[in-house]
Design a protein. Structure first.
Ligand SMILES: [Fe+2]
Length: 274
């Protein structure tokens, strides 16, 4: 069944994303995920970012998230502002009390190696796939050195293709930092995933991929690509007005995307904000 529009942006409303069928998946457990993105924590928790305190904003958001009891955190990049060891210690100090696994992947502000030291399995030069109930979560590294734009390497694309061929009947969610499609906000589309064509052509071949999720854009984005939910997550630090030429702070506070991966292949999502 095709057609996904997930446009509910508050803490209470959830919209079901109906995804393409790939056979029969026995309805078992639902995996509840808090996708936390673009925390931009500096080494010093008192330092500001775009006029706000990213440490305090993440702390406030995680208080709300903890009350919702997620099964795991999907941390989709730019966890750090400066790639420092101290900033990752701060992230750990805030994430650890939730007591759930953290699936991390790097953004352009992160140090991919340091992030992988802190959260083993965060992809550096290889694709990472983990199993959660009936679903697999596939994490990709889209970062380029000293460049805010992203790109998936040929190695990443071939590993992803190999994985998809091997697990073509596995419900899948793909997570990456950079947006693989334009979100129509010029200030951040300047720094999108470059040359996304081969990636998009690849996912189009696999109806078991139910969603692609990313961070980086500091706004909520929902669309549909041939039955795949294309979902951008807001930032835990500060978000911007969609469509703006230059970054313009909006009224959405620290926020994250909530994802419910249902055992029968459906996916529900909404935005949680402070
Ligand atoms: Fe980013």
């Amino acid at each position: 069944m095709a057609g996904i529009i997930c446009g509910a942006y508050d803490n209470t409303t959830t919209q079901i994303c109906r995804t393409r069928g790939t056979g029969t998946h026995v309805a078992t457990m639902t995996v509840n995920i808090a996708q936390i993105s673009d925390c931009h924590l500096p080494a010093n928790p008192d330092h500001t970012y775009r006029g706000i305190n990213p440490y305090r904003n993440l702390e406030a958001l995680l208080k709300t998230v903890k009350s919702l009891q997620p099964d795991l955190i999907l941390a989709s990049g730019d966890l750090s502002e400066d790639g420092s060891q101290d900033s990752y210690r701060l992230i750990q100090d805030l994430f650890d009390p939730l007591g759930v696994p953290v699936l991390a992947l790097p953004g352009n502000h992160d140090d991919p190696g340091l992030l992988a030291d802190v959260y083993p399995g965060s992809p550096t030069d290889s694709v990472q796939a983990t199993q959660h109930g009936n679903w697999q979560i596939i994490r990709l590294n889209s970062c380029l050195h000293n460049n805010p734009c992203g790109r998936l390497s040929n190695k990443t694309l071939s590993e992803l293709e190999r994985l998809l061929v091997q697990h073509s009947d596995q419900l899948s969610l793909v997570a990456v930092h950079h947006q693989p499609v334009m979100v129509e906000s010029p200030w951040i589309d300047k720094y999108r995933m470059l040359e996304p064509g081969p990636f998009l052509a690849l996912i189009d071949q696999y109806p078991n991929i139910k969603a692609v999720v990313w961070g980086h854009i500091h706004q909520v984005f929902d669309s549909d690509r041939n039955g795949i939910a294309m979902l951008g997550s807001p930032s835990s630090a500060i978000n911007g007005v969609a469509g703006a030429e230059k970054f313009t702070p909006d009224t959405l506070g620290p926020a994250c995307r909530w994802l419910e991966l249902q055992g029968d292949g459906n996916l529900k999502t909404h935005i949680v904000s402070v």
